[in-house]
Design a protein around this ligand. Structure first.
Ligand code: NFS
Ligand code: SF4
Length: 622
């Protein structure tokens, strides 16, 4: 690392990176440096290794080859590569949703001890939407039928994914007209992989349209199912105070950190941490309790529903281990760097993998299934307690920061007094200019959390309400935007409205699958105003994104009519046609586009300009 390159704006990040260096730990930043210069063909999307006549590369300067061995040109290659990213992201979220549906089914069959239906009202609401009979039926049989109906969403029996009907009718018509209504969740991903095989779809426009449909099958399908079934099983989130940053680790308690995405494992761990028998054992071994904290989205799931603290986001996952204070880290899947087993080997931390689909070097594998999860959770929490005695020196660099999370759509509407009207009135009066969902990851290409925090600060200063999810939500909580007193950082109108409601100007909506809560919220706003989502003064942003899942989210937001800003440039610059389509042509197709701007100060201006344009379109300030 060059000394002048700032790696993080967070004090725990900076201090822990220094500690990691002293401990000779190699981090994501070192490996990113070692990769420089990264491949220019790949950065532009111009390399292809889809088949073994290749690999092929297109010369962006027009001197070398302009087609691959099969004859594919730059447009085709860039489109195929982007589409495969969309398919991978949709597969990840939707497979996470599938795991929840399987738990729902197992509960109904009495085969998931420890899991239960925590929110019957939400179960019945979903059952209604799926046409499952609820009258005079017990929750378990409703759950079984709902699970089976959701399984059909994954397949090919439906003309459209069921929850598509939650979108405003105008939006559904746009999808019909363009031919991108998602039919089945697995179907669209599977078809995307088929179309991008060598010699299938070689029209970059029709490839990208299928990309939109594939992403919609995630946003209004797999991810939405993941969120809704999680609410049924673990409860609809409501605001709860919590703490964030590395300071949530406790010197005198057994520290267990959960990492990954699916609440199916982390919820069971959190229950086991409250077991009187295990607490007793922890006391006997000299610990004052069992402290559970999260990193990445499984932590967000727990924070939303239980107020459980977050130790950090994506780029903090290695650094958290270098505190030496983590007695056990338990992972499921997604965004778990394969490096962390090695990092942990320099400390006493025990690393546990839990999913049959995700194994990692340097971790012990203890596989969780719905039928054994309760028992397994007890066993491994006990192992964590036993590991407490093996600690060496600790370095917990900061005091924790307070925050409030848990803003489901249900909660927001409740806070507004039962309808979206007060929010709409505030928008109409211009006290709130609009709303922006800031979502997504960290990326070592960008100073850690700088993009998120800077953009958020500029938007709330200018009376734009911010909702966030995923790794952004941790960055913003650490920055102090999520306490009611944070209204002092907001513009006068936003300050007045949030102050009256007693909410912070930045609302934590959950994990990355919970981006669907944003879709539901903007649908409610659009319906209340009688307009399409694309008419609203709203935008999306992913200032530090890195993952394929983030690509899919960006694409389903745009396809749903939400203009979306990206910090890092996606690998598409090798095709002028595709850049043009994504950044302007899509406006004519779905009423929204992508805007790419790495500098969050400039991005804030772009987004504000977009919001003012939409306000004018609605005649709000006339
Ligand atoms: Ni979203 Fe969550 Fe974070 Fe990015 Fe990864 S943890 S699912 S993908 S890095 S926000
Ligand atoms: Fe090369 Fe075409 Fe094969 Fe891609 S699909 S590797 S461009 S021959």
């Amino acid at each position: 690392l060059t000394p002048d390159k700032q790696i993080s704006i967070t004090s725990d990040g900076i201090k822990l990176l220094k500690k990691a260096k002293e401990d000779n730990i190699e981090t994501v930043w070192d490996r990113h440096d070692a990769q420089q210069p990264q491949c220019g063909f790949c950065e532009m999307g111009l390399s292809c290794r889809i088949c073994i006549m290749g690999p092929c590369r297109i010369d962006p300067f027009g001197e070398g080859p302009q087609t691959g061995v099969c004859g594919a040109d730059a447009d085709i290659i860039v489109a195929r590569n982007l589409c495969r990213m969309i398919a991978a992201g949709a597969a990840a979220h939707s497979d996470h949703g599938r795991d929840l549906v399987e738990v729902l089914e197992a509960i109904s069959e009495g085969k998931a001890p420890g899991y239960k239906i925590r929110d019957e009202a939400k179960l019945k609401l979903l059952a209604g939407e799926y046409g499952v009979e609820t009258k005079d039926r017990d929750a378990l049989s409703i759950a079984g039928d709902l699970a089976h109906s959701m399984m059909e969403d994954y397949g090919m029996r439906r003309k459209k994914v069921n929850l598509v009907s939650r979108a405003p009718i105008q939006r559904q018509k746009v999808w019909e007209k363009v031919g991108i209504t998602p039919r089945g969740i697995d179907r669209e991903t599977s078809e995307m992989m088929h179309r991008t095989h060598m010699g299938v779809d070689n029209n970059w426009q029709s490839l990208l349209l299928q990309g939109l449909r594939n992403a919609l099958s995630d946003g209004w399908g797999g991810s939405m199912i993941a969120t809704e079934v999680s609410d049924i099983l673990f409860g609809v989130p409501s605001p709860k105070p919590t703490m964030v940053n590395a300071g949530v680790l406790k010197e005198d308690q057994v520290n267990i950190v959960v990492h990954g995405h699916n609440p199916v494992v982390s919820e069971m761990i959190s229950l086991a941490c409250q077991s009187p028998e295990l607490l007793e054992k922890a006391k006997k071994l000299g610990a004052n309790g069992i402290n559970i904290a999260g990193v990445c989205c499984t932590g967000n799931e727990l924070l939303m529903r239980r107020g459980i603290q977050m130790a950090g986001n994506h780029l903090m996952t290695e650094l958290i281990l270098s505190t030496g204070a983590v007695d056990m880290m338990i992972v499921d899947y997604q965004c778990i760097m394969p490096s962390i087993g090695k990092v942990a080997s320099s400390y006493h931390t025990r690393m546990i993998s839990t999913s049959d689909k995700a194994k990692f070097p340097g971790m012990e594998h203890h596989e969780f299934h719905p039928d054994n999860a309760q028992k397994k959770a007890m066993t491994i929490v006990e192992m964590a307690i036993e590991n407490f005695a093996n600690r060496k020196e600790l370095f917990i660099p900061v005091k924790p920061q307070e925050a409030v999370g848990g803003f489901s759509v249900e909660t927001i509407i409740n806070a507004l007094g039962g309808t979206a009207d007060p929010l709409i009135d505030a928008i109409k009066q211009g006290k709130i200019r609009g709303a922006v969902g800031i979502v997504g990851c960290n990326n070592p290409k960008i100073t850690h959390d700088y993009g998120h925090v800077t953009l958020t600060r500029r938007l709330i200063e200018n009376d734009i309400l911010v909702v966030d999810t995923g790794c952004v939500s941790v960055a913003n909580a650490k920055a102090g935007f999520k306490v009611p007193s944070a209204i002092e950082m907001a513009g006068p109108g936003l300050k007045e409205i949030c102050g009256a409601l007693g909410i912070p100007p930045v609302l934590h909506l959950g994990s990355c699958v919970d981006n669907v809560r944003i879709l539901v919220l903007v649908s409610a706003l659009a319906n209340a105003l009688g307009v399409d989502i694309s008419d609203l003064p709203v935008a999306g942003s992913a200032p530090e994104w890195y993952s394929e899942k983030a690509v899919t989210i960006g694409v389903y937001c745009v396809a749903s009519g939400i203009t979306t800003h990206l910090g890092p440039m996606p690998p598409v610059t090798g095709s002028k046609n595709i850049v043009e389509l994504l950044t302007s042509g899509l406006d004519d197709v779905v009423g929204a586009t992508f805007k790419v701007e790495p500098d969050p100060e400039k991005a804030a201006l772009l987004i504000r300009h977009h919001i003012e344009k939409k306000r004018a379109g609605l005649g709000l300030d006339a």
